[in-house]
Design a binder for this molecule. Structure first.
Ligand code: NAP
Length: 250
């Protein structure tokens, strides 16, 4: 039955940035689809934990350094026995004129959004290979994986690179039964876009360009996130799927 292919029953997922926003929505969707979820966050994911109960386990880690990676994988295996899905969702954005853009704002964003993503993905993929199970990796990209943006050079660099390595890793790891894909959210109402939504002029410009006529929500991402984590997407490799209310096609 086709709907069975979307089930995540018996699967174990790691989702980074599980305390809020899109990551919290993905944790909820995965548990609803039958998975056990390890949510990684630097602040406790208390609300997510209350929402999801025993199917959710919180690992506290600051993803600005790669040192935390081995313990994330080890704790997941200790708690739920295996790993089948990784969602690289945690991300930061720094806004500053490019003429003045600081090295700190460059490094902060590139470390969380790209370096840790790559090395966590590598660690989880090694686990998939050791398990001989294959697996699913989903990288949260952005409209700025396709476009330049304004005043966000490090974010655009990181998200363009994420789309690029999604293809590289898919090419290398398809032979192990590992699917690496991305999701490019459009403009979603979360903490990440708080500053934009507070800026009357930018906010009106953005809204006027979205064919769907509204900002997206974490719920809008759930279908794509479950699809790419499930066996319904077994022949989808290296693609970044836009969930953007039509923004990119405009
Ligand atoms: P958000 O509400 O700001 O969530 C970002 C998440 O990343 C939070 O859980 C945050 O934890 C976590 N995080 C940031 N730095 C971290 C670190 N050093 N260690 C551990 N966790 C860290 O924003 P969101 O919109 O849900 O963003 C989720 C992803 O979607 C990001 O990759 C973002 O770039 C991407 N995205 C968002 C939009 C949008 O319109 N909202 C559009 C395109 C792409 P804290 O709460 O502790 O900071």
């Amino acid at each position: 039955m086709i709907l069975d292919k979307f089930s995540l029953k018996g699967k174990v997922a790691i989702v980074t940035g599980s305390n809020t926003g899109l990551g919290q929505g993905i944790c909820k969707a995965y548990v609803e689809a039958g998975a056990k979820v390890v949510g990684v966050s630097r602040r406790p994911s208390t609300e997510t934990e209350e929402m999801l109960g025993a199917s959710f386990h919180n690992v506290i880690a600051d993803l600005s350094t790669v040192n935390v990676i081995p313990s994330i994988v080890e704790e997941t295996v200790k708690k739920f026995g295996r790993v089948d899905i990784l969602v690289n969702n945690a991300g930061v954005i720094k806004r500053e004129d490019s003429l003045e853009f600081s090295e700190e704002n460059w490094d902060t964003v590139l470390n969380v959004n790209l370096k840790t993503v790559f090395f966590l993905t590598q660690a989880v993929a090694k686990r998939f290979v050791a398990q001989k199970s294959g697996g699913k990796i989903i990288n949260i990209a952005s409209m700025l994986s396709y476009q330049g943006g304004i005043r966000v050079p490090s974010y655009t660099a990181s998200k363009s690179a994420i789309r690029g390595i999604t293809m590289t890793l898919a090419n290398e790891w398809a032979k192990y039964g590992i699917n690496v894909n991305g999701i490019a959210p459009g403009y979603m109402a979360t903490n990440n876009t708080e500053a934009l939504r507070q800026d009357g002029e930018r906010s009106a410009d953005i809204l006027a360009r979205i064919p769907a006529g509204r900002w997206g929500t974490p719920e809008d991402l759930e279908g794509a996130a479950v699809f790419l984590a499930s066996s319904a997407s077994d022949y989808v490799n290296g693609f970044t799927l836009a969930v953007d209310g039509g923004w990119l096609g405009r």
